[in-house]
Write a protein that binds this ligand. Structure first.
Ligand code: NMX
Ligand code: MLT
Length: 433
């Protein structure tokens, strides 16, 4: 057993009495009420999910296990010469809430290496799909195709509820270890004439991903930063919530994560990073080679709004300030690509879009989210096929949602089944005030 798994087991045993006590002694304590607009409007702000892995505050943004993004980057171990921590050390941190030593992080690297081999049939399945399938269809299909490997599913009938977490953790690690190779395969198969680069599992996950993508340094650090930043955003977002919901039926990690990816593929969620680049490309085409100015950016933003579309990369269901994940990536750009024309244009949009959205007066949050800045970095390092960007988000998101469903099973969270009402019932409540 790895030190991570042993520590996780201890943590789970320490934690269980807290959940049991809350349920037994305080189960009927009221923590929220539900209004009609929440019922119709996407359950916004209703407190009815529990996770200790991350928490999103509308003002300060995400905290992973209590740490803000800069604190997380500063605390975790890094490889010599690297600017960002390894994904492996972050996985340990998300699961246990503890900072691993370099040796503990290396043990995860070795564990992932042993789990990394992608079954050959996965590549056959991907090749059998139409080549113009969206890369997210490919990723989700690849994950679902591997469901027969699920250790949880194989063991299910012989397991006791308290043991569910063990094989869920095994599935989570197996899946996470394989995802970078699957994602890189999709990229090279679809856009690089199938010129596949075999993995080098001596490298950590970020560096190996960069290697398999065929992109030179510092893309290893880009990959580490990107996967960590996109990993988790508490439990209510569509991809995390879907993964949690599907797993609550005791569908295994493969079923659950594949479903979560399908939610991530929507333009209001993870596909927004692709939409941002598409918006920029269409803007540049309209500019026909002319220098962008704040005036023509503003006019293009109004055109988008007036045609009934959203400005991709702006707004958020919870955040009410600039997303710190946007800021973290902007800081990377300021350091590594300060004079890049696309970065300058994205900055110009940042200066203009919040004013336009505020003037329009609909959105509760006119500030940029993670997706407004992420494509610029990918583009700069040669990854210009922007319909691939949500796959990168998906690999990162796996870290958070797989850690979450491991804990869901550890704490015996119930089948999720909220109650629905009818419009007539709402009208009745409305009439009564
Ligand atoms: N551009 C234009 N209108 C917007 C935008 C935007 N960026 N953001 C919100 N609105 C509108 C929204 O469509 C709604 O209009 P209506 O009343 O006509 O339905 C109104 O403002 C109120 O929406 P909010 O309550 O501010 O936002 P909500 O919580 O419903 O939605 C998002 C949050 C993220 C779906 C929304 O801000 C949006 O569509 N943003 C653009 C897409 C995007 O960047 N998504 C990525 C989010 C991050 N991620 O990776 O998942
Ligand atoms: C996310 O990372 O999941 C997005 O910012 C959406 C959200 O938190 O609702």
């Amino acid at each position: 057993m790895t030190r991570l798994k042993a520590r996780l087991q201890e943590k789970i045993e320490e934690h269980r009495p807290r959940t049991t006590r809350l349920l037994k002694e305080f189960g009927k304590v009221v923590i929220d009420e539900v209004t009609i607009d929440q019922c119709i409007g996407g359950a916004r702000d209703i407190k009815c999910l529990v996770t200790d892995i991350s928490y999103l505050d509308s003002q300060e943004g995400i905290r992973f296990r209590g740490k803000l993004i800069p604190e997380t980057f500063a605390a975790l171990p890094k490889l010599p010469g690297a600017e960002y921590p390894t994904v492996e050390s972050f996985w340990y941190f998300l699961l246990t809430g503890e900072i691993p030593t370099a040796e503990e992080a290396e043990e995860i690297h070795q564990d992932f290496k042993a789990r990394a081999k992608v079954p050959a049939y996965v590549f056959d399945v991907l090749r059998a799909l139409p080549k113009d399938s969206h890369p997210m269809v490919m990723l989700s299909t690849a994950v679902l195709a591997m469901q027969k490997e699920s250790k949880f599913n194989k063991a299910y009938h012989s397991l006791k509820k308290n043991d569910y977490w063990d094989t869920t953790y095994e599935d989570a690690c197996d899946l996470l270890a394989k995802l970078p190779e699957i994602a890189a395969f999709i990229y090279r198969y679809k856009y690089k004439n199938g010129d596949i680069i075999p993995g080098n599992y001596e490298l950590d996950m970020g560096a190996n991903f960069a290697h398999m993508m065929g992109i030179a340094k510092p893309y290893d650090d880009v990959a580490r930063m990107y996967f960590i930043l996109h990993s988790d955003h508490e439990s209510g977002n569509v991809s995390a919530h879907t993964t949690h919901l599907v797993a609550s039926a005791l569908s295994d990690a493969y079923y659950a994560f594949s479903a979560g990816l399908n939610g991530l593929a929507g333009p209001l969620h993870g596909l927004a990073n692709q939409e941002v680049l598409q918006w920029i490309m269409e803007f540049q085409t309209k500019m026909n080679g002319a220098e962008p100015t704040e005036e023509n950016v503003k006019a293009a933003l109004w055109d988008t709004l007036n045609s009934g579309h959203v400005i991709p990369g702006y707004g958020h269901a919870v955040l009410r300030k600039t997303d710190p994940r946007y800021t973290a990536q902007m800081e990377f750009c300021q350091k590594h690509l300060p004079n890049d024309p696309l970065f300058k244009l994205v900055n110009m949009i940042y200066h203009v879009a919040p004013g336009v959205l505020t003037e329009q007066g609909k959105t509760k949050n006119p500030w940029p989210n993670v997706d407004a800045q992420s494509g610029v970095i990918q583009w700069y390092y040669g990854l210009t096929e922007y319909d691939f960007y949500t796959v990168l988000f998906g690999v990162g998101r796996a870290i958070g949602v797989l850690a979450n469903i491991t804990w869901d099973r550890a704490l015996g969270y119930a089948l999720e089944r909220p109650k629905s009402v009818t419009t007539a019932m709402l009208e009745d409540w409305a009439a009564k005030g």
